[in-house]
Design a protein around this ligand. Sequence first.
Ligand SMILES: N[C@@H](CCC(=O)N[C@@H](CS)C(=O)NCC(=O)O)C(=O)O
Length: 235
Amino acid sequence: MTVALSSFPITKKWPPRHPDRLQLYSLPTPNGVKVSIFLEETGLPYEVHRVSFDNRDQMSPEFRSLNPNNKIPALIDPNGPNGEPLPLFESGAILIYLADKTGQLLARDGAARYQTLQWLMFQMGAVGPFFGQVGFFHKFAGKTYEDKRPRDRYAAESRRLLAVLDQQLAERSWIIGDDYSIADIATFPWVNNLVGFYGAAELVRFDEFAHVQRALKAFLARPAVIRGLNIPPRA
Ligand SMILES: N[C@@H](CCC(=O)N[C@@H](CS)C(=O)NCC(=O)O)C(=O)O
């Protein structure tokens, strides 16, 4: 029996205008834009709904019915496996699912598939969490803490991660080689955020990572990235 999209409580708070399209619930944060950039790169039809942090939308019962971890991005594919709607959260899982659905930006099999997933996990398990802590201690509430040891610890680890990435990019255009992939889509929004919005370029001495700088510049020049970085618009 096919489950209707309307049976998902989240559709009561954010009614779909195009129920046949992917429903994305997001904001243009480094995790949110991974999905909008992927969708813009591939042209998969979707409808985006803004989850306002100012209104604490992520804590609403409707949003939590889709993601009990109350974080964006989350999505529903009305036409998932076996034609049933598929609800998903966690940006890495969403990227893998959409890449497999479209056959784009992740090899279907072979070494390249697992190398892409390896670097995606590197982003999910290390780059995102550590860069995020730099944001907290350098730009947000933790900025006023007198004890600078937490900030310095996260900045040092972020520098180390940037060095790993720099070495990987020294002989490659993109993270896994000549092919742009979901590993790049997951990683560069975080690098961009670290040195842009968080203002931590000096703290992590970003000028020492020439290969990361070059790849970030190429990433930010892609038309789909330019669009995706502002989807959904903040207001
Ligand atoms: N591991 C999760 C992390 C998601 C996440 O941290 N999202 C942030 C925005 S970048 C969020 O929704 N924050 C709202 C909150 O914590 O209340 C993913 O990659 O999807």
